[in-house]
Design a protein. Sequence first.
Length: 168
Amino acid sequence: MTRPAVTRRVIGLGIAGVLIFAPVLAQNAAAVSPLIKEGDKCTKVGLKTRGNSGVILTCTRVGTTKVLTWKRTVTKPATTTTTIPAVTTASQISIKNLTFTVAGNVKSTDVLSVTNRDGFTHTVTSDSGAFDVTVEGGTKEKLPTLSPGTYAFHCNIHTSMHGTLVVG
């Protein structure tokens, strides 16, 4: 037979301020008894406690009988949704075969980048001086944030390469 768990409760102050403790029998208090485990008997439906391995146990009725036992309580963890802004193809300038391609509509809030798919260096230089980026072959570079407007640009190395970027 197992010995019931006992704790002490402060019941008041005695003479000269000495604390008086009284033993209290723990019937369903897992905080007091680390010996409670799934399947042990309990006395009141709905009581909750933490078992030996830290799982939550709830006092439940077994079938249609009057026997009450501790059962593991399954709880779902909270779900957190994080929205990560995507760099879309609409914010890209691509260079391939000595040709600039601007994908889709570009907004002033987009992160603009230039991807050089050729095996040699190009520049993306605004005719108005708004930007000038050198992009090595096979690499990607970012353009500065641009205000809405139309930007004609060219490659300083390959003078036949021209493009237009429209920022809305």
